[in-house]
Design a binder for this molecule. Structure first.
Ligand code: GAL
Length: 388
């Protein structure tokens, strides 16, 4: 998977060099414009796997409100694989009655009553990755069912899809969702197969660019730092998706989670928390709800950041913002603390610039020509820079 991802990303970069990306369905189709900024919410998979239930989803919706996640912008409560068990005699998809005894419609009503939205998961192939019924040959029927239930977001996976062409199959699902009459965010999850960034903009609102993340620094950083070159395919309504967040799941150090969140916001990535919101500690909440950090991700211009410099273990990434400024990440991928120097020429700035350390909530004043910071092992300094 890793080698294939590298090849796919190289191919994407080459394709991009020969012409501009195609325009987004969200920009050309009638109806409500969805995901004009990267979707924000929560998904069950990273923490709970198949252990999903209506109780978990209700408690998570409650916790999203209580913890301040909702006020910070998180909106979608998404159930991943394993909510479904079979189809009835008419082919209608059925939820696990033991885990969802009130049914999905009642759950959607509950989540909506909290001012939040409900997401579901299916698969474009014959079975989901956990061998539940997939949507192949039931595209229109399933989209209609989701619309009737009041679903707002659907993630569609790519297991058991042998012999199918993702570009064709996901377009069928797009059309089925359009026919359903409900505005549903469409998340394509085919791990980068056949360069979804090339056809994704006309098909869905976001598409996974790689295989699965895990709660380890090595995996998270390989995914995050490999996204360079894909920025030309992202924009309002259509986003590259480097997978969901692992912040707060316990497998990374605090500096590593800061790197994870900083990279994801510079990438204008969807922000789908993957931890247990009911028991989140203060450090996790500070990372997930920092308003200045979220503002970088949610910037109205929707420009995905890219790498400006790399040298040994250091990488410098920047994302242009709608106020004319830039968000800049000074990353240290090495095993010991490192002094990183930022020459403003890299950012196209000559002379002085105003700097703010976003994680520290601290103005650094007006600085001339360059800035230096000590960056911890696997850590980051995230800056917001504007020419005065
Ligand atoms: C994978 C997908 C994960 C999760 C899982 C569920 O294919 O990438 O995000 O949805 O399936 O089985």
């Amino acid at each position: 998977m890793k080698i294939r991802n590298v090849i796919l990303i190289l191919l994407a970069a080459l394709a991009g060099a020969s012409g501009p990306p195609v325009s987004a369905a969200a920009e050309t189709s009638p109806g409500p414009k969805l995901a004009l900024t990267p979707p924000m919410g929560w998904n069950s998979w990273n923490k709970f796997g198949c252990n999903v239930s209506e109780q978990l989803i209700r408690e998570t919706a409650d916790a999203m409100v209580r913890s301040g996640m909702k006020s910070a912008g998180y909106e979608y409560v998404n159930i991943d694989d394993c909510w479904q068990v079979s189809r009835d005699h008419e082919g209608t998809i059925m939820a696990d009655a033991a885990r969802f005894p009130s049914g999905i419609k009642a759950l959607a009503d509950y989540v909506h009553s909290k001012g939040l939205k409900l997401g579901l998961y299916t698969d474009a192939g014959r079975l989901t990755c956990q061998k539940r019924p997939g949507s192949f040959d039931h595209e229109v029927q399933d989209a209609k069912t989701y619309a009737e239930w009041g679903i707002d977001y659907i993630k569609i996976d790519w297991c058991y899809a042998e012999g199918l062409d993702p570009e064709v199959q996901y377009a069928k699902l797009r059309d089925a969702l359009a026919q359903s009459g409900r505005a549903i965010v469409f998340s394509i999850c085919n791990w980068g197969v056949k360069g979804p960034w090339l056809w994704g903009p006309q098909t869905g609102n976001l598409w996974r660019t790689t295989g699965d993340i895990s709660d380890h620094y090595d995996r998270m950083s390989v995914i995050g730092f490999s996204q360079n070159g894909l920025e030309k395919y992202a924009g309002p309504g259509h986003w590259n998706d480097p997978d969901m967040l692992e912040v707060g799941n316990g497998g990374m150090k605090q500096d590593e989670y800061l790197t994870h969140m900083s990279l994801w916001v510079l990438l204008a990535a969807p922000l789908l928390a993957g931890n247990d919101l009911r028991t989140m500690d203060a450090e996790t909440k500070e990372i997930l709800t920092n308003p200045e950090v979220i503002a970088i991700d949610q910037d109205a211009n929707g420009v995905q950041g890219h790498r400006l410099w790399d040298e040994g273990p250091l990488e410098i990434w920047a994302k242009p913002l709608s106020d004319g400024g830039q968000a800049v990440g000074l990353f240290n991928r090495g095993e010991s603390e490192l002094k990183i120097g930022l020459d403003f020429k890299l950012l196209g700035i000559t002379g002085p610039a105003k700097l703010r350390d976003v994680w520290q909530h601290r103005d650094l004043g007006t600085v001339n020509d360059s800035y230096q910071a000590m960056v911890p092992k696997h850590g980051v300094v995230l800056l917001r820079i504007i020419k005065p």
